[in-house]
Design a protein around this ligand. Structure first.
Ligand SMILES: [Zn+2]
Ligand SMILES: [Zn+2]
Length: 241
């Protein structure tokens, strides 16, 4: 039940759900009604314990719980673990689009809530950092949505946030335009670490909005590893399966 303040808000500032047009005004959930938002469901069934890729067949993990997916067995990722709780589809896809390209910053809180529903699956973390944007992209898009998410997550977990260690040193083409092979090539040498001394022994949580092939976070983890970080865990809001 919406509380009194939510009802007053709806009366003073009536807003309609972006998806279905029904009234929507909760302080913690702007732009969508509760009914639409609750259609966002976590990925069900077995997933690769390393990269989070859903398996086609539930049998894959029954026989051996540590079973890795094909790409992870062929070329193990440089990160230790990736948690990618939701599919990039439906209401979540609409919400990420609003958040990312139309600067609906108020969505940062409900989107962070979705990510933190998985906080108990995280290993021990000592430092949170976002996947950085290149300054040229920052100028055109004006803000880094991964930083906004990472900032909220660090705050809620009571952990320090670093947005100055990992930097993007080369502008890259948007990964969405490229196939798997091209993506890996596109992000190669795109990231660097500034002042690596502070990173030795850190257990890093790397935050991004959407994971596609994992090429970007893999490259970030590779450069972080060279500084002596102890572990790199990836948390993204959604994955393009
Ligand atoms: Zn709705
Ligand atoms: Zn995998």
């Amino acid at each position: 039940m919406p509380d009194l303040l939510d009802r007053i808000l709806q009366w003073v500032f009536p807003t309609d759900c972006t998806a279905c047009g029904r009234p929507a005004a909760e302080r913690r959930l702007p732009f969508f009604c509760r009914g639409c938002w609750e259609t966002i469901r976590p990925i069900e069934g077995p997933v690769c314990p390393r990269c989070g890729r859903p398996f086609d067949s539930p049998l894959a993990l029954l026989s051996s719980p540590g079973h890795l997916c094909g790409p992870c067995r062929k070329k193990p990722p440089t990160f230790d673990l990736a948690l990618t709780p939701y599919r990039y589809e439906g209401i979540l896809e609409q919400a990420i689009h609003l958040f990312k390209y139309r600067r609906r910053d108020a969505l940062a809180t409900p989107l962070t809530d979705l990510m933190l529903a998985w906080a108990d699956k995280l290993p021990s973390i000592s430092l949170v950092m976002p996947v950085p944007l290149h300054p040229s992209r920052l100028r055109s898009r004006e803000f880094n949505q991964a930083l906004l998410l990472a900032d909220r997550i660090a705050d809620r977990l009571g952990l320090p946030l670093s947005f100055e260690h990992l930097v993007r040193v080369r502008a890259t083409r948007p990964q969405t335009e490229l196939d798997r092979k091209e993506r890996a090539r596109n992000v190669r040498r795109a990231f660097a670490v500034r002042e690596p001394a502070g990173l030795a022994g850190q257990r890093v949580l790397l935050v991004d909005d959407v994971l596609t092939t994992g090429a970007t976070v893999n490259e970030c983890a590779r450069v972080l590893r060279r500084t002596g970080v102890e572990s790199v865990t990836v948390l993204t809001l959604a994955r393009r399966v």
